[in-house]
Design a binder for this molecule. Structure first.
Ligand code: NAP
Length: 250
């Protein structure tokens, strides 16, 4: 059993965007952080920012859809820190924006591979350690696209919907080991993903459809993620929290 003094969080896809913001929120709350991304450079840059906050951080590079690579990453983190208390399955790629007739097998395989495969393989690698310690918290990133009907996004809708179902199943499956599993389903958030997808005029038009009148900021997602990950949420499992500015109200 490790005697690492601070809790350790692994955040996938943390080189930028919501993952990077989440890492910084967790670091401010006293977590040591394993910063993972497909891009070794951005992961290392984020880890350096985390260290400036006075906690420990290491960076790890791997494609989250590669089960063997993620097993190696998790083993390296457990060797370095002794444990993983919190797992944030955040790594993601942009939604397809095309009618069903134009969806290709490659688009489908990549979206399912990164979002669903990445979440499954990383959780599979992390769960045994959490079970041994009889403690853990997992937060999986879905999307408002999985909460309401969304046109022209078949592969992303499928992947983010699967994450809701996986999380509900794992919440029950892992509860006997005191491992909680929750979902954050972000609304429109100002990150590289949305900047790359939508020109400024389109983002301004979309902002008008959000009751709070603006996109969310990555740190606002990070706060919701960190809350569900924390002991303050100790009786919450199998739930979906959607910071979306009122875009989806159920
Ligand atoms: P982002 O700015 O594009 O950041 C995603 C990060 O994940 C990037 O650092 C990216 O690295 C990394 N990544 C991509 N593919 C990967 C892979 N195969 N293996 C490991 N890392 C990989 O996106 P974001 O907006 O922060 O999104 C974070 C999560 O929130 C995603 O799951 C996304 O679907 C979800 N989400 C976002 C929004 C939104 O409005 N932004 C809304 C709902 C849900 P590279 O950039 O180097 O490829």
């Amino acid at each position: 059993m490790s005697d690492h003094k601070r809790k350790v969080a692994l955040v996938t896809g943390a080189g930028r965007g919501i993952g990077k913001a989440t890492v910084l929120v967790l670091a401010r709350r006293g977590f040591d952080v394993a910063v993972h991304d497909i891009d070794a450079t951005t992961a290392a840059e984020t880890a350096a920012l985390v260290r400036e906050l006075g906690v420990e951080a290491e960076s790890y590079a791997a494609d989250v859809s590669d089960s063997e690579a993620m097993r190696d990453v998790v083993a390296a983190i457990e060797h370095r820190f002794g444990q993983i208390d919190v797992l944030i399955n955040n790594a993601g790629i942009a939604s397809d924006r095309c009618p069903i007739e134009q969806v290709t097998e490659a688009m489908f395989q990549r979206s399912i591979g990164v979002h669903v495969g990445g979440t499954v393989w990383t959780t599979q690698a992390v769960a045994p350690g959490m079970k041994r310690r009889n403690s853990g918290s997992i937060v999986n990133l879905s999307s408002i696209q999985a909460l309401v009907g969304w046109t022209e996004g078949a592969t992303y809708n499928a992947a983010k919907g699967a994450i809701l179902a996986l999380s509900k199943g794992w919440a029950k499956e892992l509860a006997p080991w005191n491992i909680r599993v929750n979902v954050v389903a972000p609304g429109h958030t100002e990150t590289e993903m949305t900047a790359r997808n939508d020109p400024p005029e389109l983002r301004a038009a979309k902002a008008k459809t959000i009751p709070l009148g603006r996109y969310g900021q990555p740190h606002e997602m990070g706060e919701a993620i960190a809350f569900l990950a924390s002991d303050e949420a100790s009786f919450i499992t199998g739930q979906v929290l959607s910071p979306n500015g009122g875009f989806v109200i159920t």
